[in-house]
Design a protein. Structure first.
Length: 331
């Protein structure tokens, strides 16, 4: 099949080319938007990532140009209008599991860095400043860590944190026995917010989880809480976080995702400026640590993403069905 690959970074091209099984791959650096979708002309499939626009208008235009499959290189599919895809007769495929370890380990890396301030220590030591003032952390052992979303990634987070000796609270509409087996106790969101020293978000973005962490949630949290978000940016209302950080209600924050990340992440803006004032404000806090949606970024995950993406396309070509279809609730 002819596949138009959008939002291509050099590593995407490298890993997809390695996994390819006879398809024609056309790589475009551009994000898929209504302004760039003509690049897909002549393609049978588009291969898209998390910040590509797969809303109703783009999908309708892709269908008109003959695209029959959207192969996502992600697990999350909150950015796809599935109803529009079904109406247009376009199949959607995703990579449901590529490495929960990659994301879980990054969440833990953020937690440890934010707590022990190794990012600040690194810079200090290189400048010959060996003072410890401002680097004080706390023992994770014995702390209550609330995990919101205990699917594949949340489960690995629970396993790792149980090894640290944390007390685990979990919140998820579906209980995961593997989390209970490592000592997690399921609780309502209110209890988790009120009692956790650290809260880590591992749930998908859905209408229910949109701005799950808003001003009302911040008001319920234990004062000085640490919040980690490696799920999707819009699960958190960044303005509410800023207010919480300013009042001291929120002690520290690590984000790998940001609601408006589409105009920022996956590109080098170091010679430009940041026009998003909310993001710029977040960057001014010493107790905020941000990475640019890199939790998935391991060799193992890139290999699995490329292999599953190609397998989805090959299965669609062979059977008219991708290996891992995504359908709307109504479909
Ligand atoms: P999963 O589908 O295995 O688990 C998600 C869990 O969240 C499920 O157990 C589900 O029941 C639960 N959930 C749904 N609604 C909830 C709610 N309202 N409150 C609490 N829990 C709720 O998904 P997986 O693989 O663990 O991934 C989770 C999310 O992580 C993805 O949807 C994606 O948004 C994000 N992600 C981020 C990456 C990154 O690079 N930063 C990479 C991969 C995934």
């Amino acid at each position: 099949m002819r596949i138009a690959v959008f939002s291509t970074q050099p590593y995407d091209a490298e890993y997809l080319a390695k996994a390819n099984a006879g398809h024609e791959l056309f790589f475009f650096e551009a994000r898929l938007t209504s302004g760039t979708m003509q690049l897909a002309a002549g393609a049978d499939a588009v291969c898209a990532f998390v910040n590509d626009d797969l809303g109703q208008d783009v999908i309708a235009a892709l269908a008109t140009s003959g695209v029959a499959l959207i192969a996502l290189r992600s697990a999350g599919f909150n950015h796809v209008d599935l109803v529009a895809a079904e109406a247009a007769g376009i199949s959607v495929a995703r990579v449901p599991a590529y490495s929960p370890h990659a994301v879980a380990e990054h969440a833990i890396a953020l937690m440890l860095t934010l707590n022990r301030k190794t990012h600040r220590a690194y810079n200090r030591v290189r400048e010959g400043n060996f003072a410890l003032d401002g680097l004080l952390g706390f023992d994770l052992c014995g702390k209550i860590v609330g995990i919101v979303g205990t699917g594949q990634i949340g489960e690995v987070v629970a396993r790792i944190l149980s090894g640290f000796g944390c007390n685990l609270l979990a919140h998820d509409p579906i209980e995961n026995p593997a989390c209970v087996a490592v000592g997690a106790r399921y609780a309502g969101l209110e209890e988790l917010l009120a009692t956790s020293d650290v809260i880590t978000l591992q749930c998908p973005l859905t209408p229910k989880t949109h701005h799950l962490i808003d001003a009302a949630a911040v008001a319920k949290m234990k004062r000085g809480v640490m919040l980690i978000n490696t799920s999707r940016g819009a699960v958190v209302d960044a303005r509410a976080l800023i207010a919480g950080l300013k009042s001291g209600a929120v002690g520290s924050v690590a984000l790998d995702v940001y609601e408006e990340e589409g105009d920022l992440f996956f590109q080098d803006l170091s010679s430009s400026f940041i026009s998003d004032d909310v993001f710029a404000r977040l960057l001014t806090f010493p107790n905020v640590l941000i990475t640019g949606h890199q939790a998935f970024f391991t060799e193992e995950a890139l290999t699995a993403i490329a292999e599953t993406t190609i397998a989805n396309v090959s299965a669609f070509e062979r059977d008219g069905q991708p290996l891992h279809p995504v359908r709307s609730k109504g479909g």
